[in-house]
Every structure is written in C-alpha cells, then in structure tokens.
Design a protein around this ligand. Structure first.
Ligand SMILES: NC(=O)c1ccc[n+]([C@@H]2O[C@H](COP(=O)([O-])OP(=O)(O)OC[C@H]3O[C@@H](n4cnc5c(N)ncnc54)[C@H](O)[C@@H]3O)[C@@H](O)[C@H]2O)c1
Length: 262
C-alpha cells in the first residue's frame, strides 16, 4: 500500500529523543527516509536501532545544529545517501530556566545559537537543493512560549521561539516561487525527557490540570502535526504556525474553572 511520504527524504535535528524522535517516527511511518541528528551519540544510535527494528528507514548523524560545518555535513550526508532533501524539520532546542536579571551573555548566546541560528543555518543549507527540486517543506519546532505566552525564566528561550516565527514568515515569502513552504508547530507542554529533567513532578501535575484536554502532550502529537505540514495535503499552507497544546492557552482567565468529564 502506498504511503503519503513515499519517495520523500527528510532531515530532523535534535532527534535522539523527545519531540524530535516523535517527528522522525511519524515521518518514517508514512514512508519518508529520514536522517536525524543530535549531539548525543549514544542516544542517537539507540534511537536509530530502535526505529530500524520497526522497519523504518532512518539514519543517525552526530551534528551540532548551531555549527555551520556540521549543518553542511548533515545536508551532504542526506544528498549522498538519498539524492534529495524534501523535508527539513529544525527541532533541536535548549531551554535553560533563568530569570532575565541572571542570564549571562554566554547563556543568551548559547540559546540563540541553538534555537534561532540553528533553524536559519539548516534552512539555508537545504535551500539550493529544494530550489533545484522546486519542492520543499520546512517545518520548524517553535513553542507557545514566546509567540503566544511566556513564563518567568524564559526571556532568552521565548525570544528565540518568537524569533523563528519572524524568520519563517520571511523565508515563506522569499522561497514560495520554488514551491517551498515554511511553517512551524507551536507545542504546549509535551512530556519529554527534556521536560522531565527541567521540571519537577509538581510542575508537571499543575500543567496537566491546566490543560482542557486533561493531559500533557506527547511527542507523537507533535509528530503528527509536523507530518501533515510536511505532506502534499498542506501544499497551500505557508508562513503559518499551528498551536498543539490541548487547549492550554485558550482560557480567558487563568483562574477559570475548567470543565471536566464526569
Ligand atoms: N517539551 C516541551 O514541552 C516543548 C514545548 C514547546 C517547544 N519545545 C521544543 O521542542 C524541541 C524539542 O524539545 P524536547 O522537549 O524534545 O527536548 P529534549 O531535551 O527532550 O530533546 C532535545 C534534543 O536536542 C538535542 N540537542 C540539543 N542541542 C543540540 C544541538 N546544538 N545540536 C543537535 N542536537 C541538540 C538534545 O541532545 C536532545 O536529544 C525544542 O526546540 C523545544 O524548544 C518543547
């Protein structure tokens, strides 16, 4: 049976675990061949073995998304292996929690290098191939934090996640003539390894009770949305973002009592 992404190739950054792994899985399950990167070699290899064990065509490459030489190697590896690059998902991100008064210049630069420069470098490196193909789907992992809402400790993080939305709107305009669409997904609170490392159980429980749909998101929730934006069904959507947050930012008042199923 044919699948929607048969014949397509994809790159996903920061995908040894978490949301990135969810994106790789959803794209590969739909027939795409996926090269994914991470700094974590052990985790990347384990994910590669796990997904190959499920019959998915994936390959892991160690690459730092904030370094242009690594990003060039990532695109070259994809072209050498499969001859084209149809889908790019710049997903790698870091989210240290520091009040603005305490953010050092170095920490500010690190967050910008991974979360904001990373998507720019990856998109720019894929551009010549997508232009030649006259086809491309770029889907960036932004966040509700920055474009829509924020919380204390996220001054740098929120700036980068709003920043990529400004970037993608410009890229969407500049690259539309080649059939390249550029969009983003804005996750709410997704239960990933990164979230478990940075947040305690009390935070996770509080978030859960604040989500109208009654649970935190999963990497698969994000992967399915990215898969849609990466598919031919989404060919007339560009320069847009989709919030995937279980309704978390819908309530008018934070004190609103949320309806619950009996
Ligand atoms: N988890 C959430 O609730 C949530 C919400 C909104 C947005 N996001 C965004 O989703 C993305 C993934 O988040 P996650 O929760 O899966 O995080 P995570 O920490 O579980 O996974 C991120 C992966 O990126 C890798 N990585 C970090 N820096 C890198 C670099 N320079 N080059 C390559 N890989 C690098 C890490 O090693 C890790 O494997 C991030 O951009 C994050 O900002 C997450």
């Amino acid at each position: 049976m044919s699948k929607r992404l048969d014949g397509r190739t994809a790159i996903v950054t920061g995908a040894a675990r978490g949301i990135g792994k969810g994106i790789v899985t959803c794209l590969a399950e739909e027939g795409a061949k996926v090269l994914f990167t991470d700094l974590n070699v052990e985790g990347g290899k384990a994910t590669e073995a796990e997904l190959r064990g499920h019959g998915l065509e994936v390959a892991f490459l160690k690459a730092d998304t904030s370094k242009s030489a690594d990003v060039a190697a990532m695109v070259k590896a994809t072209i050498d292996r499969w001859g084209r690059v149809d889908i790019l998902c710049p997903n790698a991100g870091i989210f240290p929690e520091t009040r603005i008064a305490d953010i050092s210049e170095q920490e500010w630069d690190e967050v910008c290098a991974v979360n904001l420069k990373g998507p720019f470098l990856a998109a720019k490196a894929c551009l010549p191939h997508m232009q030649k193909q006259r086809y491309g789907r770029i889907v960036i992992t932004s966040s509700i934090t920055g474009p829509r809402v924020s919380s204390p400790g996220h001054g740098h993080y929120a700036a980068t996640k709003a920043g990529v939305v400004g970037f993608l709107r410009t890229a969407a305009l500049e690259w539309a003539p080649w059939g390249i669409t550029v969009n983003a997904v804005e996750p709410g609170n997704i239960l990933t390894e990164g979230m478990k490392l940075h947040r305690d159980q009390a935070f996770i429980d509080a978030q859960q009770s604040a989500v109208p749909l009654g649970r935190l998101g999963t990497p698969r929730d994000i992967g399915m949305t990215v898969r849609f934006l990466a598919s031919d069904e989404a060919e007339y959507i560009t320069g847009q973002t989709i919030v995937v947050d279980g309704g978390q930012i819908l309530p008018e008042m934070q004190t609103a009592i949320l309806p619950r199923a009996q």
